[in-house]
Ligand binder design. Structure first.
Ligand SMILES: Cc1ncc(COP(=O)(O)O)c(C=O)c1O
Length: 510
């Protein structure tokens, strides 16, 4: 039975005097309240007074309103919402990992340090970049770390470069990162096949000319600190000229940052270090199956070349071979190296989100190198199956072959005044989490679908049939879509106000 009643906040359920716990009667004198005044809350509207039934029903209902990767397909393009294997949870919960304190001396947590070092080695091998930090807590924090490495590198050479180049298909966090690191962003235009244009691009409607990569490098030369490029890009298209791009940048002493959000399309097949990337981040919560979003926290390790290694956040986990007698098997000890005078400093407390590192290494070890490659290939096959089945039903702005995701748009449905938002909302009525919409910005009304390798063909077929059904509705009964969702506990929300003026703290109404 679907639960459709309005659910109030737990604070609104509060009734003075209601209790949800039953403590034994105090059999010692009550202690004086010795809490220092500055540690006490003031102006706080007290915790809700609710019964056990209230609490259990409230959170159970909310959990039923939720939708996660355990419910079904979660085709949120650019997010790689894949299955979180339960084995990862088992290893992360092992007491030696889960109960260790981050301030324990290194000699007592050799296993934990060995785990971090082993994961660094895997990530180094996967990316083709030898130096790795596991500290950043998400993709965006990995980006900032990476761009700070680029900055520190140029500063160490006495150069104060000014510009970062970013394609117009880039994720919003890329320009935000560059700006936070003090750089000016110069946009790289895409050409008609969806990849970065080396040549100038003329807008067919406005006639405006945007400089291509070659002209921008000629114009700004040694003012360019680097470029931030997602590969495959946010259209799912492999930037096939990436090596040439890297060479052009290196020619003026600039570095290439790769946004690794889409590594699910490359692992085991191509290594960014081999095609000229100097530094990149990986999202463990995307590619390496650790929980994503509300199920986080995330983890965004950064891998880089030897030239950037001195600037990595500290401490760095290092492995040393213990002295051994002839014929003895090698034994290693691990330590935290704080002595990094050129380090950019700390980007996270301690060593990052450690439990995510346990999960990610479990994922690597349980797949093995071949298994990781198979996962990549299946992710690509799944996305291309959807692409093939839905081409003709939904419009494709770029016909260039794609890897792990596909970006349709609403051009066919717009003729009936049905738009991407309507399609996404109607999917909710059919019990699906919608794809990413209106991103990348270079596709008007984008519908970006990434199924990942987790999906069996049967689930993909149900999704494809549903999308086809929605397309039929758009043609025959467009109003149905304008009103969607009709079957969810809440209907259309004012998403703009929610994003622009979020109310994140409950206050008691007078
Ligand atoms: C291409 C791309 N870059 C960067 C990010 C930021 O990653 P995170 O959400 O882990 O900060 C995302 C997130 O979806 C992304 O799709």
């Amino acid at each position: 039975m679907a639960l459709r009643q309005r659910e109030t906040l737990i604070f609104e359920k509060s009734v003075a005097g209601k209790v949800g716990l039953d403590l034994p009667r105090l059999d010692v004198p009550a202690a004086a309240d010795t809490r220092p005044a500055h540690l006490k809350r003031s102006g706080f509207d007290a915790l809700p007074e609710v019964s056990e039934v209230d609490v259990i029903r409230h959170f159970t209902r909310l959990s039923k309103w939720n939708y996660g990767v355990d419910d079904g397909l979660y085709p949120l393009g650019s997010c790689t919402m894949k299955h979180n294997p339960r084995l990862n949870e088992k290893t992360a919960a092992l007491p030696g990992f889960a109960d260790s304190h981050p301030m324990t001396p290194a000699e007592h947590v050799q296993g934990n340090l060995a785990l971090m070092h082993t994961l660094q080695t895997w990530l180094g091998e996967i990316t083709g970049l030898p130096a790795v930090t596991l500290h950043p807590s998400a993709g965006a924090s990995g980006e900032l770390t990476g761009v700070m490495l680029i900055r520190a590198y140029h500063l160490s050479k006495g150069a104060q470069r000014r510009i970062i180049l970013i394609p117009d298909s880039g994720h919003g966090t890329n320009p935000a990162t560059a700006a936070m690191a003090g750089y000016e962003v110069v946009e790289l235009p895409s050409q008609t096949d969806g990849t970065i244009s080396f040549e100038d691009v003329t807008d067919p409607t406005t006639g405006k000319v945007r400089k291509g990569l070659a002209a921008l490098i000629r114009e700004h030369g040694t003012e360019i600190a680097g470029a931030m490029i997602t590969n495959p890009n946010t259209l799912g298209i492999f930037e096939y000229r990436i090596k040439e791009i890297a060479d052009l940048l290196h020619g003026v002493g600039a570095l290439l940052y790769m946004d690794g959000a889409n590594m699910n399309a490359l692992i085991g097949v191509a290594r960014p270090g081999d095609f000229g990337v100097d530094v990149m981040h990986l999202n463990l919560h995307k590619t390496f199956s650790t929980p994503h979003g509300g199920g986080g926290p995330g983890s965004g390790p950064v891998a880089c070349t030897k030239a950037l290694e001195p600037f990595l956040p500290r401490p760095v986990v290092v492995r040393e071979e213990a002295k051994r007698g002839e014929g003895e098997v090698p034994a290693y000890t691990y330590r935290l190296d704080w002595d990094r005078p050129q380090s950019i400093g700390k980007v996270h407390t301690f060593f990052g989100n450690f439990a995510m590192l346990v999960r990610a290494l479990t994922y690597c070890l349980s797949h093995g190198g071949d298994g990781l490659k198979t996962a990549t290939l299946r992710a690509i096959v799944n996305a291309n199956y959807i692409r093939k089945q839905l081409t003709g039903t939904f419009h494709l702005q770029y016909e260039t072959p794609t890897l792990h995701e596909v970006v349709f748009d609403d051009a066919f449905q717009a003729k009936n005044d049905v738009h991407t938002l309507d399609i996404a909302k109607r999917l909710l009525d059919y019990g699906f989490h919608p794809p990413t919409i209106y991103f990348p910005l270079i596709v008007h009304g984008a519908i970006m679908i990434e199924p990942t390798e987790s999906e069996p063909k049967e689930e993909l077929d149900v999704f494809i049939d549903t999308m086809k059904q929605i397309a039929r509705e758009a043609a025959e009964t467009p109003d149905l879509l304008h009103q969607a969702p009709t079957l969810t506990p809440l209907r259309r929300l004012d998403e703009t106000t929610a994003a622009r003026k979020p109310v994140l703290r409950w206050t008691k109404q007078a």
